[in-house]
Design a protein around this ligand. Sequence first.
Ligand code: FAD
Length: 294
Amino acid sequence: MPIKDLYQPSRPVISFEIFPPKKDAAVESIYAPLSQMAALRPDFISVTYGAGGSGSVNRTTQVAAHIRRQYGITVLAHLTCQGADHAKILETLRQLRAEDIHDILALRGDRESSHCPHPTSRPLPAAHFRYAEDLIRDIREQGDFCIGAACYPEGHIECDDLALDIARLRRKQEAGADFLITQLFYDNDIFYRFLDKARRGGVTLPISAGVMPILGQAQIERMIFLCGASLPPVIVKILHKYADSPEDLRQAGIEYAAKQINGLLEHGADGVHIYTMNKPEIAEQCMKSIGRIE
Ligand code: FAD
Protein backbone atom coordinates (compact mmCIF):
# COMPACT_ATOMS: atom_id res chain seq x y z
CA MET A 1 0.00 0.00 0.00
CA PRO A 2 1.43 3.43 -0.85
CA ILE A 3 2.32 5.46 2.22
CA LYS A 4 -0.29 8.11 1.39
CA ASP A 5 -2.99 5.47 1.94
CA LEU A 6 -1.68 4.65 5.42
CA TYR A 7 -2.92 8.03 6.63
CA GLN A 8 -6.37 7.39 8.06
CA PRO A 9 -8.18 9.67 10.51
CA SER A 10 -8.69 6.79 12.94
CA ARG A 11 -5.06 5.72 13.24
CA PRO A 12 -1.99 7.97 13.21
CA VAL A 13 0.96 6.76 11.17
CA ILE A 14 4.04 5.96 13.25
CA SER A 15 7.28 5.79 11.29
CA PHE A 16 11.00 5.48 12.00
CA GLU A 17 13.90 7.10 10.23
CA ILE A 18 17.26 5.39 9.94
CA PHE A 19 20.44 6.16 8.02
CA PRO A 20 22.60 3.66 6.12
CA PRO A 21 26.06 2.90 7.51
CA LYS A 22 28.82 5.13 6.21
CA LYS A 23 30.82 3.91 3.23
CA ASP A 24 33.71 2.64 5.33
CA ALA A 25 31.42 0.42 7.42
CA ALA A 26 29.83 -2.80 6.25
CA VAL A 27 26.25 -2.32 5.15
CA GLU A 28 25.36 -5.36 7.26
CA SER A 29 26.26 -3.42 10.41
CA ILE A 30 22.77 -1.89 10.32
CA TYR A 31 20.98 -5.22 10.10
CA ALA A 32 20.98 -6.10 13.81
CA PRO A 33 19.53 -2.77 14.98
CA LEU A 34 17.13 -2.92 12.04
CA SER A 35 15.79 -6.29 13.06
CA GLN A 36 15.07 -4.92 16.55
CA MET A 37 13.31 -1.91 15.06
CA ALA A 38 11.35 -4.00 12.59
CA ALA A 39 10.04 -6.10 15.48
CA LEU A 40 8.33 -2.94 16.77
CA ARG A 41 6.21 -2.90 13.59
CA PRO A 42 6.23 0.78 12.64
CA ASP A 43 3.94 1.72 9.76
CA PHE A 44 6.99 2.46 7.65
CA ILE A 45 10.73 2.95 7.93
CA SER A 46 12.49 5.69 6.01
CA VAL A 47 16.11 5.45 4.89
CA THR A 48 18.08 8.65 4.43
CA TYR A 49 20.15 9.55 1.39
CA GLY A 50 23.72 10.81 1.81
CA ALA A 51 24.04 14.57 2.02
CA GLY A 52 25.35 16.58 -0.92
CA GLY A 53 24.27 14.09 -3.53
CA SER A 54 27.58 12.32 -2.90
CA GLY A 55 26.00 9.50 -0.94
CA SER A 56 25.74 6.14 -2.54
CA VAL A 57 22.30 5.46 -3.83
CA ASN A 58 23.17 1.81 -3.51
CA ARG A 59 23.36 2.10 0.24
CA THR A 60 19.96 3.71 0.54
CA THR A 61 18.44 1.30 -1.95
CA GLN A 62 20.27 -1.68 -0.46
CA VAL A 63 19.11 -0.96 3.09
CA ALA A 64 15.61 -0.07 1.94
CA ALA A 65 15.39 -3.28 -0.09
CA HIS A 66 16.58 -5.30 2.91
CA ILE A 67 13.83 -3.83 5.08
CA ARG A 68 11.15 -4.57 2.53
CA ARG A 69 12.30 -8.09 1.72
CA GLN A 70 13.35 -9.23 5.17
CA TYR A 71 10.54 -7.74 7.25
CA GLY A 72 7.80 -6.87 4.79
CA ILE A 73 7.66 -3.35 6.21
CA THR A 74 6.80 -0.46 3.93
CA VAL A 75 9.92 1.53 3.21
CA LEU A 76 10.42 5.15 2.23
CA ALA A 77 13.63 5.82 0.29
CA HIS A 78 14.93 9.38 0.65
CA LEU A 79 16.26 10.90 -2.55
CA THR A 80 18.00 14.25 -3.02
CA CYS A 81 18.31 16.06 -6.32
CA GLN A 82 21.07 18.57 -5.73
CA GLY A 83 23.74 18.10 -8.36
CA ALA A 84 21.72 15.41 -10.11
CA ASP A 85 20.32 15.55 -13.60
CA HIS A 86 17.28 13.94 -15.09
CA ALA A 87 19.19 10.85 -16.30
CA LYS A 88 20.64 10.18 -12.84
CA ILE A 89 17.25 10.49 -11.22
CA LEU A 90 15.72 8.16 -13.80
CA GLU A 91 18.45 5.60 -13.07
CA THR A 92 17.75 5.83 -9.34
CA LEU A 93 14.04 5.39 -9.94
CA ARG A 94 14.81 2.36 -12.07
CA GLN A 95 16.88 0.84 -9.26
CA LEU A 96 14.15 1.52 -6.71
CA ARG A 97 11.45 0.09 -8.96
CA ALA A 98 13.56 -3.04 -9.49
CA GLU A 99 13.49 -3.52 -5.72
CA ASP A 100 9.75 -2.94 -5.64
CA ILE A 101 10.19 0.32 -3.73
CA HIS A 102 7.58 2.86 -4.73
CA ASP A 103 7.67 5.39 -1.92
CA ILE A 104 10.19 8.23 -2.14
CA LEU A 105 10.90 11.23 0.06
CA ALA A 106 11.84 13.82 -2.56
CA LEU A 107 14.32 16.38 -1.25
CA ARG A 108 16.60 19.05 -2.53
CA GLY A 109 19.40 17.94 -0.22
CA ASP A 110 22.39 19.63 1.32
CA ARG A 111 25.97 20.15 0.38
CA GLU A 112 27.57 19.24 3.65
CA SER A 113 27.99 15.70 4.78
CA SER A 114 26.82 15.30 8.32
CA HIS A 115 25.46 12.94 10.92
CA CYS A 116 22.59 15.33 11.23
CA PRO A 117 19.82 13.82 9.15
CA HIS A 118 18.96 17.29 7.94
CA PRO A 119 22.08 19.39 7.79
CA THR A 120 21.93 22.98 6.65
CA SER A 121 22.33 24.14 3.08
CA ARG A 122 24.28 26.77 1.24
CA PRO A 123 23.26 28.53 -1.96
CA LEU A 124 23.12 26.07 -4.81
CA PRO A 125 24.83 26.19 -8.16
CA ALA A 126 22.46 26.26 -11.09
CA ALA A 127 21.55 22.68 -11.84
CA HIS A 128 18.81 20.73 -13.48
CA PHE A 129 16.98 20.56 -10.18
CA ARG A 130 16.91 23.75 -8.23
CA TYR A 131 14.31 22.89 -5.63
CA ALA A 132 12.61 19.79 -4.31
CA GLU A 133 9.51 20.73 -6.27
CA ASP A 134 11.47 20.13 -9.51
CA LEU A 135 12.33 16.62 -8.36
CA ILE A 136 8.77 15.98 -7.25
CA ARG A 137 7.49 17.00 -10.68
CA ASP A 138 10.06 14.76 -12.36
CA ILE A 139 9.15 11.74 -10.24
CA ARG A 140 5.43 12.40 -10.68
CA GLU A 141 5.89 12.21 -14.43
CA GLN A 142 7.11 8.63 -14.00
CA GLY A 143 3.69 7.80 -12.64
CA ASP A 144 4.21 4.88 -10.31
CA PHE A 145 5.64 6.47 -7.15
CA CYS A 146 4.12 7.80 -3.97
CA ILE A 147 5.99 10.98 -3.05
CA GLY A 148 6.73 12.51 0.33
CA ALA A 149 8.31 15.92 0.90
CA ALA A 150 9.92 17.81 3.77
CA CYS A 151 8.46 20.72 5.68
CA TYR A 152 9.71 22.99 8.43
CA PRO A 153 7.58 24.07 11.40
CA GLU A 154 9.99 26.92 12.17
CA GLY A 155 10.63 27.65 8.50
CA HIS A 156 13.54 26.31 6.49
CA ILE A 157 16.84 27.68 7.74
CA GLU A 158 17.48 29.58 4.49
CA CYS A 159 14.06 31.23 4.52
CA ASP A 160 13.34 34.04 6.99
CA ASP A 161 9.65 34.21 6.25
CA LEU A 162 7.50 31.29 7.40
CA ALA A 163 4.54 32.41 5.26
CA LEU A 164 6.77 32.35 2.18
CA ASP A 165 8.17 28.96 3.15
CA ILE A 166 4.60 27.67 3.45
CA ALA A 167 3.71 29.14 0.04
CA ARG A 168 6.66 27.17 -1.37
CA LEU A 169 5.48 24.10 0.49
CA ARG A 170 2.19 24.46 -1.31
CA ARG A 171 4.09 24.42 -4.58
CA LYS A 172 5.48 21.01 -3.59
CA GLN A 173 1.91 19.85 -3.03
CA GLU A 174 0.90 21.20 -6.43
CA ALA A 175 3.92 19.54 -8.04
CA GLY A 176 2.60 16.18 -6.87
CA ALA A 177 3.71 15.44 -3.29
CA ASP A 178 1.40 13.03 -1.47
CA PHE A 179 2.39 13.55 2.16
CA LEU A 180 4.80 15.59 4.28
CA ILE A 181 7.25 14.97 7.10
CA THR A 182 8.52 17.78 9.30
CA GLN A 183 11.96 18.62 10.45
CA LEU A 184 12.49 18.02 14.17
CA PHE A 185 11.16 20.52 16.69
CA TYR A 186 11.19 20.48 20.47
CA ASP A 187 8.11 22.51 21.29
CA ASN A 188 4.79 21.04 20.17
CA ASP A 189 3.16 24.47 20.16
CA ILE A 190 5.47 25.41 17.30
CA PHE A 191 4.11 22.46 15.33
CA TYR A 192 0.49 23.30 16.14
CA ARG A 193 0.96 26.90 15.00
CA PHE A 194 2.69 25.73 11.83
CA LEU A 195 -0.11 23.24 11.14
CA ASP A 196 -2.67 25.96 11.50
CA LYS A 197 -0.78 28.28 9.14
CA ALA A 198 -0.12 25.51 6.62
CA ARG A 199 -3.79 24.53 6.54
CA ARG A 200 -4.85 28.14 6.15
CA GLY A 201 -2.23 28.44 3.41
CA GLY A 202 -3.91 25.65 1.44
CA VAL A 203 -1.65 22.74 2.38
CA THR A 204 -4.02 19.82 2.66
CA LEU A 205 -1.61 16.86 2.61
CA PRO A 206 -1.17 14.60 5.64
CA ILE A 207 1.73 15.82 7.79
CA SER A 208 3.86 13.58 10.01
CA ALA A 209 5.54 15.40 12.88
CA GLY A 210 9.28 14.67 13.17
CA VAL A 211 10.55 13.97 16.68
CA MET A 212 14.19 13.50 17.57
CA PRO A 213 15.08 12.60 21.17
CA ILE A 214 17.94 14.48 22.74
CA LEU A 215 20.77 12.10 23.41
CA GLY A 216 23.54 14.48 24.42
CA GLN A 217 24.75 18.04 24.65
CA ALA A 218 26.88 17.93 21.50
CA GLN A 219 24.08 16.44 19.42
CA ILE A 220 21.64 19.17 20.39
CA GLU A 221 24.11 21.99 19.81
CA ARG A 222 24.82 20.64 16.36
CA MET A 223 21.15 20.24 15.59
CA ILE A 224 20.28 23.78 16.57
CA PHE A 225 23.11 25.14 14.50
CA LEU A 226 22.44 23.02 11.44
CA CYS A 227 18.67 22.92 11.38
CA GLY A 228 17.76 26.14 13.16
CA ALA A 229 15.43 24.38 15.60
CA SER A 230 14.74 26.41 18.73
CA LEU A 231 15.05 25.12 22.26
CA PRO A 232 12.19 25.67 24.70
CA PRO A 233 13.17 26.48 28.33
CA VAL A 234 12.18 23.02 29.50
CA ILE A 235 14.88 21.48 27.28
CA VAL A 236 17.45 24.01 28.40
CA LYS A 237 16.65 23.02 32.00
CA ILE A 238 17.06 19.33 31.22
CA LEU A 239 20.41 20.04 29.57
CA HIS A 240 21.48 22.06 32.57
CA LYS A 241 20.27 19.55 35.13
CA TYR A 242 22.09 16.61 33.56
CA ALA A 243 25.13 18.47 32.25
CA ASP A 244 27.45 16.13 34.16
CA SER A 245 25.47 12.97 33.72
CA PRO A 246 25.23 11.85 30.09
CA GLU A 247 23.26 8.70 30.88
CA ASP A 248 20.61 10.61 32.82
CA LEU A 249 20.48 13.22 30.07
CA ARG A 250 19.91 10.54 27.49
CA GLN A 251 17.12 8.99 29.53
CA ALA A 252 15.51 12.37 30.16
CA GLY A 253 15.78 13.13 26.43
CA ILE A 254 13.97 9.95 25.47
CA GLU A 255 11.29 10.57 28.10
CA TYR A 256 10.79 14.09 26.79
CA ALA A 257 10.41 12.76 23.25
CA ALA A 258 7.87 10.19 24.43
CA LYS A 259 5.89 12.96 26.11
CA GLN A 260 6.12 15.05 22.96
CA ILE A 261 4.80 12.17 20.86
CA ASN A 262 1.90 11.54 23.21
CA GLY A 263 1.00 15.23 23.09
CA LEU A 264 1.08 15.22 19.29
CA LEU A 265 -1.15 12.17 19.07
CA GLU A 266 -3.61 13.61 21.58
CA HIS A 267 -3.71 16.71 19.43
CA GLY A 268 -4.67 14.56 16.45
CA ALA A 269 -1.42 14.60 14.45
CA ASP A 270 -1.68 12.65 11.18
CA GLY A 271 1.51 10.84 12.08
CA VAL A 272 4.75 10.92 14.04
CA HIS A 273 8.11 10.27 12.41
CA ILE A 274 10.73 9.21 14.96
CA TYR A 275 14.34 10.05 14.15
CA THR A 276 15.79 6.92 15.71
CA MET A 277 19.44 7.66 14.94
CA ASN A 278 19.71 3.90 14.35
CA LYS A 279 19.10 3.22 18.04
CA PRO A 280 16.41 0.59 18.61
CA GLU A 281 16.08 1.47 22.30
CA ILE A 282 14.83 4.93 21.34
CA ALA A 283 12.25 3.50 19.01
CA GLU A 284 11.22 0.92 21.59
CA GLN A 285 10.70 3.38 24.42
CA CYS A 286 8.68 5.67 22.16
CA MET A 287 6.50 2.80 20.92
CA LYS A 288 5.91 1.62 24.51
CA SER A 289 4.93 5.07 25.64
CA ILE A 290 2.16 5.29 23.05
CA GLY A 291 0.95 1.76 23.68
CA ARG A 292 1.86 0.38 20.25
CA ILE A 293 3.85 -2.36 22.00
CA GLU A 294 3.73 -3.87 25.51
P1 FAD B 1 13.19 22.73 -0.90
O1 FAD B 1 11.76 22.40 -0.72
O2 FAD B 1 13.70 22.89 -2.28
O3 FAD B 1 13.47 24.07 -0.06
C1 FAD B 1 14.79 24.53 0.13
C2 FAD B 1 14.78 26.04 0.30
O4 FAD B 1 14.43 26.64 -0.93
C3 FAD B 1 13.79 26.57 1.33
O5 FAD B 1 14.37 27.66 1.99
C4 FAD B 1 12.60 27.00 0.50
O6 FAD B 1 11.88 28.06 1.13
C5 FAD B 1 13.28 27.45 -0.78
N1 FAD B 1 12.45 27.22 -1.96
C6 FAD B 1 11.73 26.11 -2.26
N2 FAD B 1 11.09 26.26 -3.42
C7 FAD B 1 11.43 27.49 -3.90
C8 FAD B 1 11.09 28.22 -5.06
N3 FAD B 1 10.28 27.72 -6.01
N4 FAD B 1 11.64 29.46 -5.21
C9 FAD B 1 12.46 30.00 -4.29
N5 FAD B 1 12.80 29.34 -3.17
C10 FAD B 1 12.30 28.10 -2.97
N6 FAD B 1 18.91 15.80 3.42
C11 FAD B 1 19.71 14.87 2.86
O7 FAD B 1 20.74 15.22 2.29
N7 FAD B 1 19.38 13.53 2.92
C12 FAD B 1 18.24 13.09 3.53
O8 FAD B 1 17.97 11.89 3.55
C13 FAD B 1 17.38 14.05 4.13
N8 FAD B 1 16.22 13.68 4.73
C14 FAD B 1 15.38 14.63 5.24
C15 FAD B 1 14.16 14.22 5.82
C16 FAD B 1 13.30 15.17 6.36
C17 FAD B 1 11.99 14.71 6.97
C18 FAD B 1 13.65 16.56 6.33
C19 FAD B 1 12.72 17.59 6.95
C20 FAD B 1 14.83 16.95 5.76
C21 FAD B 1 15.72 16.02 5.20
N9 FAD B 1 16.93 16.38 4.61
C22 FAD B 1 17.76 15.43 4.06
C23 FAD B 1 17.37 17.77 4.62
C24 FAD B 1 16.96 18.55 3.38
O9 FAD B 1 17.65 18.06 2.24
C25 FAD B 1 17.34 20.00 3.66
O10 FAD B 1 16.55 20.55 4.67
C26 FAD B 1 17.41 20.90 2.45
O11 FAD B 1 18.09 22.09 2.85
C27 FAD B 1 16.06 21.33 1.92
O12 FAD B 1 15.43 20.31 1.33
P2 FAD B 1 13.91 20.47 0.81
O13 FAD B 1 13.59 19.25 0.09
O14 FAD B 1 13.00 20.90 1.91
O15 FAD B 1 14.14 21.70 -0.21
